[in-house]
Design a protein around this ligand. Structure first.
Ligand code: BMA
Length: 342
């Protein structure tokens, strides 16, 4: 392997399926043949699960699931899986968030959760109601007590993704400032914090792309994966068409010590809606990545993405093939490569 995954555990039991011989996709990313892995009405009172994040846990996997309740309000549910493919929704229902004194502190709504382990703690970021769409943040060590921390940013903001380790001693989080509605604009920024309470030193990371599929807005997807070439970030990009927004995803590689600097950014999408479960559903034409699991030994990466705001689906890639592809098709602007202060 020419490119290696760094600072990640071995995951010999990770979900995986080899690419089929007759796969005609240009990019070295292929869908799981049994997609989607979570279908409609997956739990009592939950109509759809999508845009959800997974992490290795114990001898299997755990997930924070975006569950759209039958009253239409999204909340976070826990999922458990032995193999990362077949999931059970935790019967406790909505994740019971508490404040730092232990009192119940539920968000009005919670969607698009990400799950990132830093040192010995798991952090959940989601889009919350803070007098408008903003970022919620909570921590847990045991998946029994979920303590909310201060909301890191002012409204309006979405798509928060924490880096899986501190950089130069500081926590770093990607986010996408937005508006109160369907946000017809948006670039990715990074902010840092010594303590997960005070956030600052905001830097611009990358702007919506010149390529058509990502020409309206972009947003961070999965937690960046540390590699020998830099931080590998899967992110979504949106284009407005005659029949509405279309969400595809691709990848960029950020500088290891200064992740506001984009080293490479793929001009092509890696996955765009083209399967029935991506093209049709509650919201048509959405592929929305929120997590990966990956194995440092083999370089295998499994991507979890939401499909059509209805299902959870998976795709696979191999770090060296993917990084080669991103580099080969890379196109970065000055707004991407500069440190991002103005
Ligand atoms: C965005 C978010 C995502 C959703 C997408 C498409 O604004 O709400 O959760 O997948 O729209 O509806």
């Amino acid at each position: 392997m020419s490119v290696k995954i760094l600072n990640a555990a071995s995951l010999p039991n990770m979900p995986w399926e080899d690419r089929t011989q007759n796969d005609k996709h240009d990019a070295p990313v292929w869908r799981y043949s049994r997609n989607p892995i979570i279908g409609r009405n997956p739990a009592p009172g939950v109509a759809r699960i999508f845009n959800s994040a997974v992490a290795p846990h114990g001898d299997g996997y755990i997930a924070v699931l975006r569950g759209e309740q039958t009253d239409g309000v999204p909340h976070i549910y826990l999922g458990h899986s032995k193999d990362g493919i077949d999931w059970e929704v935790d019967p406790m229902g909505k994740v019971p968030f508490v404040d730092e004194s232990g009192k119940p502190f539920m968000p009005h709504y919670a969607y698009d959760p990400r799950l990132v382990k830093v040192e010995d703690t798991y952090y959940i970021m989601w889009c919350t109601d803070f007098y408008g769409a903003a970022i919620g943040l909570a921590k847990t060590r045991d998946f029994k007590t979920f303590t909310r921390l201060e909301n890191p940013f002012l409204p309006f903001n979405r798509n928060a993704v924490l880096f899986p380790r501190k950089i130069n001693g500081k926590f770093k989080m990607l986010s996408r400032p937005s508006d109160s509605g369907h946000t017809p604009f948006g670039d990715i920024f990074v902010s840092e914090s010594p303590d997960l309470v005070y956030w600052g030193r905001h830097r611009h990371v990358m702007q919506r792309g010149s390529a058509w599929w990502e020409s309206m807005k972009i947003g961070g997807g999965s937690a960046p994966i540390e590699t020998t070439e830099g931080w590998l970030l899967f992110y979504h990009g949106v284009v407005n068409t005659c029949s509405g927004y279309v969400y595809s995803f691709s990848a960029a590689i950020l500088d290891i010590d200064e992740p506001s600097v984009v080293k490479y950014r793929c001009r092509n999408f890696l996955i765009t809606p083209e399967e029935p479960y991506e093209e049709a559903g509650f919201v048509a034409n959405v592929c929305f990545p929120c997590a990966t699991v990956h194995d440092a030994d083999t370089g295998r990466i499994a991507i979890y993405y939401g499909a059509a705001d209805t299902y959870v689906a998976m795709a696979f890639t191999q770090v060296d093939l993917l990084v080669d592809y991103v580099k080969k098709h890379s196109e970065v602007t000055e707004a991407d490569t500069e440190i991002g202060v103005r």
